[in-house]
Design a protein around this ligand. Structure first.
Ligand code: MLT
Length: 261
């Protein structure tokens, strides 16, 4: 389905019973809401799953620029558009986690709980920031395969099946270069969310694949130590895209957490 916000057509999916607890799923970079499909299948009888494609990614229209706050504003506008007035649990993976922190800072009253998956609060180093800006320019000239080809070796566990890798390589290569470049610049300019850890006052679940090399388990342990009352669940045999690679243990952890609220 689509809705219009800030002059853009933005795509989303909603599944699960209307009265079930709402979970806003925020995907990582440079993919789309499709990455949640395996866990949506497993959770759709228990939860109301709201699954947008962020602007410029998946089937959503791109703007020249984006930021963590414009993405969050799009998500809040989506909640308004579908009439979801209850506070939602925000589950963000990686870049989606960067947005989850921004959601906490910007829209706390709309938030019931956080699920931080394969993510971290640290901003980029100066070198990392410059690298993203250069990559953004390259993507605009040469296409999204610049990012896709560099990332694919890092997003799954060593034992991941070849067809999973080839599918996600295709998805990443197909991403809209304008949206990918805008997301790279948005990530480069994101705030230091480690400063937010001690302020988080909602129930928080932290999930991480034990073979995640992009946001390694150590980052999750640091978040777990700093976010009061948080739970940490390690997903065995999973890399960075844990929900696509090992949907069953991820869905089980989400379900148990949601039932505890
Ligand atoms: C992601 O999966 O969203 C990205 O790896 C995040 C990043 O590049 O920092």
């Amino acid at each position: 389905m689509q809705f219009k916000h800030d002059g853009l057509n933005l795509y989303y999916e909603v599944s699960g019973p209307e009265q079930a607890p709402p979970v806003l799923l925020i995907h990582g970079f440079p993919v789309s809401g499709e990455m949640w499909h395996p866990i949506c299948e497993l959770l759709k009888t228990e939860l109301r799953l709201i699954n947008p494609d962020l602007r410029g990614l998946g089937r959503s229209e791109a703007s020249d620029e984006a930021s963590m706050s414009t993405y969050v504003d799009d998500c809040v506008a989506l909640l308004d558009a579908i009439g979801e007035t209850r506070p939602v649990t925000v589950m963000g993976l990686s870049m989606g986690g960067y947005l989850a922190f921004e959601f906490f800072r910007r829209a706390r009253t709309r938030l019931r709980a956080l699920i931080l998956a394969d993510t971290r609060g640290n901003p980029d180093s100066e070198e990392g920031r410059k690298g993203r800006i250069t990559t953004a320019e390259k993507v605009l000239c040469e296409g999204s395969q610049v990012v896709a080809d560099a990332m694919i070796a890092k997003v799954f566990a060593k034992s991941a099946p070849a067809d999973l890798r080839s599918h996600w390589l295709k998805v990443m290569r197909r991403s809209n270069p304008k949206g990918v470049a805008a997301a790279l610049r948005a990530m480069a300019n994101r705030a230091d969310s480690t400063l937010t850890y001690s302020r988080i006052d909602v129930p928080t679940l932290i999930l991480v694949g034990d073979e995640d090399v992009i946001t390694p388990p150590e980052d999750s342990r640091i978040m777990h130590d700093a976010i009061k009352g948080s739970r940490l669940v390690m997903i065995p045999g999973a890399g960075h895209l844990a929900p696509t690679e090992r949907p069953e243990p991820v869905a089980a952890a989400v379900n148990a957490f949601m039932k505890s609220l």
